[in-house]
Write a protein that binds this ligand. Structure first.
Ligand SMILES: *Cc1c(COP(=O)(O)O)cnc(C)c1O
Length: 231
């Protein structure tokens, strides 16, 4: 069932990404897709792998461990996109190629403290709560410079960029403003911190990825537009 579904959804997704990139004068090759398999059974993962998707995302550490354990190592990159509970957070190291959801200094401190000696730095994105919704986690935009000051000094983390979740709305002005703000924050960070090389902007989900591509996203996190509604 998932294989047949992906035969429809992937060409459509790729076409829309290419069209959005063209509207913005961007190379569609700059935009990567993390296929979000959370909530779907292993059959979705198998279909994704068969379709050549090589970046998969999960939002819970237990589900990530379970699915990653069932896929041949090295076949796909796993991305942690959901909130990391501090207690279990260290388990993400060695499992996720990129953590999109570094949302507090407490979490960062815990990851730093629990890093095995000599471990390679864990690639992370700093989550920013651009829209300020109480239900969303992440640093407030105004807190970001001070947070980066701390984060860029931690030897066990490597900040690769920023991530945000836009409000769930069809209102294009709101979406665009959210994505544009994240891009501006990244530009400001690049000016403020000369050694900072965080080029990634993880923004755009099923509801809003075309707008995100137009506004400079480099990583889309797409679930339902690929795999259908979560069962
Ligand atoms: C679930 C989830 C997504 C994907 O959502 P869809 O609307 O299914 O594309 C993206 N990002 C995060 C952080 C998520 O939790």
């Amino acid at each position: 069932m998932y294989r047949a579904l992906l035969a429809d959804t992937l060409p459509e997704l790729r076409g829309r990404i290419a069209a959005a990139a063209a509207r913005a004068g961007r190379d569609p090759g700059e935009v990567r897709v993390v296929a979000v398999t959370k909530g779907h059974p292993l059959a979705a993962v198998d279909a994704a792998v068969a379709a050549g998707l090589d970046r998969l995302g999960e939002n819970r550490i237990g589900e990530l461990e379970e699915k990653a354990g069932l896929v041949e190592a090295g076949t796909v990159e796993w991305h942690m996109i959901g909130r990391l509970q501090r207690r279990v957070a260290p388990r993400v190291r060695g499992l996720a190629s990129l953590v999109h959801s570094l949302d507090s200094l407490g979490l960062a401190a815990r990851l730093e403290r629990m890093a095995p000696p000599g471990a390679p730095p864990l690639p992370v994105l700093v989550q920013v709560n651009v829209s300020g919704e109480a239900t969303k986690s992440g640093f407030a935009p105004g807190e970001l410079p001070a947070a980066l000051e701390v984060l860029l000094d931690l030897g066990s983390l490597e900040v690769r960029g920023l991530m945000t979740m836009a409000p769930f709305t069809r209102d294009e002005r709101t979406l665009r403003a959210t994505f544009r703000s994240l891009r501006r924050l990244a530009e400001e960070a690049a000016l403020r911190f000369p050694g900072y090389r965080g080029k990634e902007l993880s923004m755009g989900m099923s509801n809003d990825y075309e707008c995100a591509v137009e506004e400079g996203s480099t990583i889309l996190r797409v679930g339902s537009a690929i795999f259908g509604r979560r069962p």
